[in-house]
Design a protein around this ligand. Sequence first.
Ligand code: GLN
Length: 531
Amino acid sequence: MPKYIVVTGGVLSGLGKGIVTSSIGLLLKSRGYSITAIKIDPYLNCDAGTMNPFQHGEVFVLEDGGEVDLDLGNYERFLDINLSRDNNITTGKAYRSVIERERRGDYLGKTVQIVPHVTDEIKGWIREVAVKSGVDICVVEIGGTVGDIESMPFLEAVRQLRLEEGKENVLFIHTTLVPIMKVVGEQKTKPTQHSVKELRAIGISPDIIVARSPRPLNEEVKGKISLFCNVPVHAVFSSPDVECIYEVPLVLEKQDITRCILNNLALPYSEGNLEEWVRFVEKTKNGTKPLNIAMVGKYTSLGDSYISILEAFRHAAAELDAKVKVTWIEAENLKGEEEFRTTDAILVPGGFGERGAEGKIRAIEYARDNGIPFLGICFGFQLAVVEYGRHVLGLDCNTTEVDEHTPHPIVTILPEQREIEQMGGTMRLGAEPVVVKKGTTAYGLYKKEKILERHRHRYEVNPEYIDKLEGAGLVFSGIAEDKIRMEILELPGHPYFVASQFHPEFKSHPLKPAPLFYGFIKAAVEKKYGQ
Ligand code: GLN
């Protein structure tokens, strides 16, 4: 039977709970335990697909097409596993399932209530994911902050889970904030005390506390947290600010958190092997070749809205001794070439709708004309086709997403998308096979003919224009198995002009950078620093 580790958060959101959860998973995995991770999001949306990335961060896409919270991206990157849509539970999903049961008559005669019906649903869901994945340990992260109305049913469910599974099978880790008051420089424990009090009022006593703080906690502060929060002092850990998120597991490992966790779960302890990870962290920190990459997008003010792309940069840069600095360019305000004066490479990420599209096209044109390494993703791929159609083929063309009545719809809606009216979960989603053409840049990077990459789109290159585009020199080096959908494009003779209909960033891992990102960073390094 699997064991469970439940991670809650106190004081405020954005503490990096997802990174702590992923780090704990990695440390346990390094001891040979098999791990899965569940993220609970206490909002009423059934999934993250309909949520604005500007408010909530990126929508991460899984192999099975699940559109999920970005923390699942962190779990996949740290743990090197593939999760499924069921690993993200939202209030919307839990309630929908209960209401469907009620309509079916499953509860006939009963009054359907949050306790026990919704809480049973949540527990059942957690257990099913854990058992189905066949793992030793299932880590469950509860989003939001303890004390929110929204998270109550989930906290109640995990309280019951501990009661039913037993103390040695369910462990509670609470992450909090220990701020430092500037004037006196003192680490303050009161917010932690209050959030633990809140948790205990619900019936949950944390076994371990992980305190986020600008600096490591001093012993006196640890003692105070221990005393007031009823946690042994050796179970209070610090997670100070670090330069790179991949250091967090190493910081926790140094404090012997793994031993504490395994003791609590009555599981045998062994030394872990983190050598490869340590080497990767060193490489990400010590890159000697700075690169300035311009990201031309719409949600540029929130780094989290492109988190997988930023991580993919790091994975590739680590292999190539590079250090990436990203300059955000708001596509809508893109003025002209002067914005790219210090740019070594340009990335145009995925996106939706008209706003900023012309600015993105201008950036692509600049990259193509000036031999600047360019990577286009999804919408960036589609706009690269529009750019080529306009400036090389001389067509007055567009994507119908931006202009429905364009005389040349060079990018158009997928046939199976035409009749769809519902927005949630209806795009072409998830991993689909792509056939890579031998002898191309893409083939040189993937080194195989058949790849599986993740998609999230409604539009595609209009098959009627493919011959014309190829006739004018554009190469479609990746094509879907149906031979109709274009998946990768590239421009021979250019240092690196590559774009993909799929999102390579979702499958990039530390130690295993996404090939198209690797090629992109490599081209930028070579252009700037020579071979
Ligand atoms: N808006 C485009 C489409 O729906 C691209 C989507 C994306 O970039 N993820 O096809």
